[in-house]
Ligand binder design. Structure first.
Ligand SMILES: *Cc1c(COP(=O)(O)O)cnc(C)c1O
Length: 405
């Protein structure tokens, strides 16, 4: 700056020092801004933020969020990415961007609960209707598609009950019927299968239209960040989502972005470790008489196992760290609650993907359109397996089972 500054108050605000360029370190810098400067009015008027060739305003991104978006595209095999303040906000962006009054959206009956709450509590009031389809029956999905159907949600595996759908067949149906597909990819995390290349070798690639991901889970890996992403491969679709994203003013904090950038390099190792431990625990849980059914897609008896095997293969690192058990119907909800209270290492808490194991008893009856025929009657408990030793976690469940004996 050529202008001569006399007072320190001004000098501290308009400081001329510029650090040298070329700083390189393992993690990208944390650039935080609401205001972004322009050199001239002409630059201010012409600056194009939508293609990420420059910067205009903190809400539309800084070098830090651009870096995370690109890395998430690498993780999931997409081409464009938007960041949102939570996983649920990512689901809401997809719905509000792609659906208008008079449209209908289809969701699997085992969809993430708050996504059901969104369609029931908000979208319905805007004239957008919904139907729930059987996640294990592509024909049921197809039968529910009408001329009003504009979006189909997919979830693999489904929330809480972890049925694994035939998403290859479902995406083919939706392509044929010209309906947009959005996958809630939180469970797969971009690692269990490729959402934009569902059948390797097939050309053109069989792909979902949008992959929404709760970065809160494995990409964060710490239980201390809320964030979501919407990834696409189609520039026009990305632009549509981006405009809604801009109009709603969705943004993320760069300190949170920093935490996800910090965790991403270890996600492959962490996901595989969660997976291996969970499969061991789930297999052991099958031998416990109090548990009449154990739900985990890698178990042969688990609903949709064959679809999981076909899509993911059974190598380590191809399933998330979740499994659910159905306790014998002779146990009351109060007894099941007592079992959960008795766990010491498995803490009571929502969400998953961090180092600490978590447990939640669910009242399935109130979550589904009816008790699914593929599930035995009883009370349901979902475990999220952290990174503790499997032997310790197994001993914890074993000691808690004593309250039922
Ligand atoms: C946790 C979760 C979400 C929502 O993520 P938040 O960041 O907690 O809002 C969405 N879908 C699935 C499947 C999840 O497990």
């Amino acid at each position: 700056m050529d202008f001569q500054v006399n007072q320190p108050s001004t000098g501290l605000i308009h400081h001329p020092y510029q650090p040298p360029e070329g700083f390189e370190a393992p993690q990208p810098g944390v650039f935080k801004a609401s205001t972004v400067f322009f050199p001239t009015v002409a630059a201010m008027r012409s600056r194009e933020w939508q293609d990420k060739s420059a910067y205009t305003y903190g809400l539309h991104g800084t070098p830090t969020s651009y870096a995370l978006e690109e890395r998430l595209c690498t993780l999931e095999g997409g081409h464009q990415c938007l960041l949102l303040p939570s996983g649920l906000a990512a689901l809401a962006l997809v719905a509000t961007s792609l659906l208008k009054s008079g449209d209908e959206v289809l969701l699997p009956d085992n969809a993430y609960g708050p996504n059901k709450s969104l369609v029931e509590g908000e979208l319905l009031g805007w004239g957008i209707t919904h139907q729930y389809y059987d996640p294990l029956d592509p024909q049921d999905l197809e039968a529910q598609i009408s001329s009003r159907t504009k979006l189909v949600w997919l979830e693999a595996a489904g929330s809480v009950t972890l049925e694994f759908p035939n998403i290859v067949e479902m995406v083919r149906i939706c392509e044929r019927r010209k309906v947009m597909t959005a996958l809630d990819n939180t469970w797969g995390a971009g690692l269990a299968f490729r959402p934009f290349d569902l059948v390797p070798g097939e050309s053109p690639a069989l792909a979902v239209d949008v992959s929404a991901h709760a970065l809160t889970k494995y990409p964060s890996g710490g239980g201390d960040v809320l964030m979501g992403s919407c990834i696409t491969r189609n520039p026009a679709l990305h632009r549509k989502l981006m405009l809604t994203h801009m109009r709603f003013g969705f943004g993320v904090g760069m300190n949170d972005v920093e935490l996800v950038l910090r965790s991403l390099p270890s996600i492959v190792l962490r996901y595989a470790a969660h997976d291996t431990a969970t499969r061991e625990l789930a297999a052991w849980a099958q031998t416990q008489p109090e548990f009449v059914q154990v739900l985990h897609p890698a178990l042969q008896e688990s609903p949709g196992h064959a679809h999981w095997l076909a899509l993911c293969g059974d190598a380590p690192g191809r399933a998330a760290g979740l499994f659910s058990v159905i306790l014998d119907a002779r146990f009351t909800q109060a007894q099941t609650d007592a079992f959960c209270n008795a766990l010491k290492l498995f803490r009571l808490g929502y969400s998953w993907g961090g180092p600490i194991s978590l447990v939640v008893p669910y009242e399935l009856q109130s979550m589904r359109t009816g008790w699914p025929t593929h599930l035995l009657r009883g009370t349901l408990v979902r475990f999220a397996v952290g990174l503790e030793s499997v032997a310790d976690l197994q001993a914890d469940i074993a000691q808690a089972l004593h309250v039922l004996r």
